[in-house]
Design a binder for this molecule. Structure first.
Ligand code: DAT
Ligand code: MG
Length: 149
């Protein structure tokens, strides 16, 4: 079973899309195993976006993600990384398919509502940035008997 890091970015929180995003993840059958609101510091943002250091959009990315609170989620399920990336849609909302979160709610690349880890290795690294291990909680859901074969 995989666990991935999802962020509802500051634009998603400001626009009141937290429930919508969580609803889509839950509706798909994924399970929330951790959840918190954070107003990210520059230090945390630099760590999270380390792979983008030096890119032309890095400074604006850090200033956006630290501009207002975000919601961090640990999301668990079979193929959770790939499944949640598919729910998110393409990085640039203008190219994201309708029916995806970015396709339905985003307009420009700098404000694309949601982050999701892009691999299991990224998920492990990013989850450790946002959550203590004790904040990711293992529990059973009765409904999983009707979601997972
Ligand atoms: P994703 O969020 O789909 O994993 P990414 O990891 O390549 O995309 O980039 C991280 C974020 O940086 C992305 O959600 C929005 C921003 N970004 C990426 N490419 C950009 C670009 N060319 N111009 C401006 N912002 C960009
Ligand atoms: Mg990425």
């Amino acid at each position: 079973m995989e666990t991935t890091l999802i962020l509802v970015k500051p634009d998603g929180v400001q626009r009141g899309l937290v429930g919508e995003v969580i609803g889509r993840l839950e509706g798909k059958g994924l399970k929330i195993s951790g959840l918190k609101m954070i107003h990210a510091s520059e230090e945390l943002a630099n760590k999270h976006y380390a792979e983008h250091v030096g890119k032309p959009f890095f400074d604006s990315l850090v200033s956006f993600i630290t501009s207002s609170p975000l919601i961090a989620l640990a999301v668990e399920g079979e193929n959770a990384v790939e499944v949640s990336r598919n729910l998110m849609g393409a990085t640039n909302p203008k190219d994201a398919a309708p029916g995806t979160i970015r396709g339905d709610y985003g307009l420009t690349i700098g404000m694309n509502i949601i982050h999701g880890s892009d691999s299991l290795e990224s998920a492990e690294r990013e989850l450790a940035i946002f959550f203590e291990s004790s904040e990711i909680i293992a529990y059973d859901r009765a409904i999983d008997a009707w979601i997972i074969e």
